[in-house]
Design a protein. Structure first.
Length: 109
């Protein structure tokens, strides 16, 4: 049974006069749906995003990182929004902090 059929069924019962207070029941149902979406979809995503930000802010000079493009290197300098990463002897690149991959396997080797 999908949401559309539930809504149509509730509307049909209200129109036939079988159910009183259908408007309130519908508002309660929609309110519960919003609460469920918040706790099962939005809140966990915000929590994960906060952990990713803390991970990236905690990186320091000397940490080995992998970029989202797959480049491996060692952090040589940390700025506000960027890292300077040495990818080979004498080869340094500047990358955005958001470009550092966050994976359980890559965490601060």
């Amino acid at each position: 049974m999908n949401i559309q059929s539930i809504l149509l069924f509730a509307q049909q019962q209200t129109a036939n006069g079988k159910s009183s207070g259908g408007g309130y029941q519908m508002l309660i149902f929609l309110g519960l749906m919003i609460v469920v979406f918040y706790f099962f979809m939005i809140r966990p995503q915000q929590k994960k995003q906060k952990q990713v930000q803390q991970f990236r802010e905690g990186l320091k000079k000397g940490d080995k990182v992998v970029t989202i493009g797959g480049i491996h290197g060692k952090i040589t300098d940390v700025q506000d929004t960027t890292f300077t990463v040495e990818i080979s002897d004498g080869v340094k690149i500047t990358i955005e902090k958001a470009a550092v991959a966050v994976d359980g396997n890559d965490a601060k080797k």
